[in-house]
Design a protein around this ligand. Sequence first.
Ligand SMILES: [Zn+2]
Length: 138
Amino acid sequence: MNNDDCIFCKIIEKEIPSKILYENNDTVAFLDVLPISQGHTIVIPKKHYTNLENIPIDDLYEVMATVKIVSNLIYKNLNIDGYNILQNNYRAAGQVINHFHIHIIPRSRADGKFRLLIPREQAKEEELNHTLKIIRDS
Ligand SMILES: [Zn+2]
């Protein structure tokens, strides 16, 4: 099920070296070589799925279990104040590698990296109802 052109599949097969923090039968967690911060980690399933839509739920459970284990290790062993869990789907959302993956990004209070203070506007009741209809009732 692995993809010959996929850099993450090559990491799984050890064709490309990586700094593996944790590995089990179904998942691998390794340090990102372009880290946003020290300890920035990528968690992937060993099977090649492109994104959240096509990863089976059981594989997703395994990936999330690894995210929890590794996040706990990172938080316990690095001197950080918190961490972000980030998962991008499709180019428009910033997905670069087409092998489902989750980022664990360690954060410090004053790291000056990125802030989740994105401009938002109060939605109108009818807009929310319209959106519900489109997504849920179609
Ligand atoms: Zn792959």
